[in-house]
Design a protein around this ligand. Structure first.
Ligand code: SOE
Length: 393
């Protein structure tokens, strides 16, 4: 008998639409091929946007009211993509209504909120996941697996970066990402969350933020006028507001494995719209990945060094890599996978956890550590000294 799961989406903006894209393609997974995924309700106060997303992705209905969906006993699982400040309340209400939940990163605005949400999730007995999409880009997942498997020996130095330029225009309005109380940080939490997860997924937990330099390049922005989608909001022509979050963040980290690392983040990286990368060097070689060439990673193994032709080789993504065969419509090497397919993979992981009780790697529990790293970075920047990161529970 075909199992059916009914899905609601809370938040019809860019990230919410990426979740909807994931649900529409989730059945590509062999583990979900017998599952009927019913896209039921889009919840967003912007009913025009909710209607557009419902039509585009095939949801049954829309509502502006969260409680209307929460009281619907037929909704099994809820995807949430909202501003960071909304998560503590909304995710708590969803879990306490008895529904499984999958929230786009980060898990709130602070480690304290993340710990509270992890506790609520444990109490609820429901599946509660966080959307760390990049770790599910097949080539990056393969590079991380190579490090965990010891292919480059003992890792001792790493670099992670995320360049975006959505904040490069000084006339971009001061939406919630530019206000500390509403976001929990600027580039540090918005794009830094991905880099911290990408490095810890390969290297294990961070034990110390040894230094953090946060800088706000554009200190004042026009206030937004009326609802917007993501960064696309109308800007006031007369009123401005002070930006209280970082445009750039430079961190040095020490991992529990004693590897050290540097993190470079910028949301004002003019001309680099959305680029994440890692490099990890070890006693037997190195790996590197750059999302602008997302269908490959570079691997150097000292044992394979041949004089005259030494150097890293390009490993092209294919079915031997994690996730690839579940998200690539053509299950063969070189057919291309990247940022978009990662959302299919994260939704697949969530649905397999809900329907088959599988372990969800990016659980609320697992999302607490990167939030603690962000908290330690904020304190290290404020106090100008190293800050230890609470051990992983
Ligand atoms: C910011 O614009 C943003 O959408 C982040 O919030 C996402 O997490 C990142 O993947 C892309 O940029």
């Amino acid at each position: 008998m075909t199992q059916t799961i009914r899905i609601a989406l809370v938040g019809a903006g860019f990230a919410g639409q990426a979740h909807a894209f994931g649900y529409r393609n989730a059945q590509m997974s062999d583990a979900l091929s017998g599952l009927r995924i019913t896209l039921d309700t889009v919840v967003d106060p912007n009913l025009e946007l909710a209607g557009e997303v419902a039509r585009r992705y095939g949801f049954r209905r829309t509502t502006a009211f969260l409680d209307e969906m929460l009281t619907d006993p037929d909704i099994d699982a809820v995807s949430v993509a909202l501003p960071n400040f909304a998560y503590l309340d909304v995710l708590t209400r969803i879990l306490r209504s008895g529904k499984h939940v999958f929230a786009e990163k980060p898990l709130g605005t602070s480690a304290e909120e993340a710990e509270t949400l992890a506790h609520v999730a444990r109490e609820s007995g429901r599946v509660a996941g966080v959307g760390f999409s990049f770790r599910r880009v097949p080539a990056l997942a393969a590079a991380q697996r190579a490090v965990r498997d010891g292919v480059i020996g003992t890792p001792y130095f790493a670099r992670g970066f995320y360049y975006a330029d959505y904040a490069a225009d000084p006339m971009a309005p001061r939406t919630w990402r530019y206000v500390q109380e509403q976001s929990g940080g600027g580039a540090l939490i918005d794009i830094g969350m991905h880099v911290i997860d990408a490095l810890t997924h390969a290297l294990g937990p961070v034990s110390q933020v040894s230094s953090a330099t946060l800088h706000t390049v554009i200190a004042e922005r026009p206030l937004p006028t009326g609802g917007g989608i993501g960064h696309v909001a109308k800007a006031s022509e007369t009123e401005t507001g002070i930006v209280t979050t970082d445009d750039t963040a430079l961190l040095t980290l020490r991992f529990a494995s004693d590897c050290v690392g540097a993190v470079q983040l910028s949301r004002v990286a003019n001309g680099a719209p959305n680029q994440l990368g890692i490099e990890i060097f070890g006693s037997k070689g190195h790996v590197s990945f750059d999302s602008t060439r997302s269908d490959e990673y570079a691997l150097y193994e000292a044992s394979n060094a041949m004089p005259g032709v030494d150097g890293p080789r390009r490993v092209i993504a294919g079915p031997a890599m994690p996730y690839y065969s579940q998200v690539s419509p053509m299950r063969a090497r070189g057919t291309g996978t990247g940022y978009g397919e990662a959302f299919i993979a994260e939704i697949q992981d969530f649905l397999v956890a809900v329907t088959a009780g599988a372990e969800l790697g990016s659980s609320f529990e697992a999302a607490v550590h990167p939030m603690r790293v962000v908290g330690a970075a904020l304190e290290s920047a404020r106090m100008a000294h190293p800050v230890d990161v609470l051990a992983v529970d």
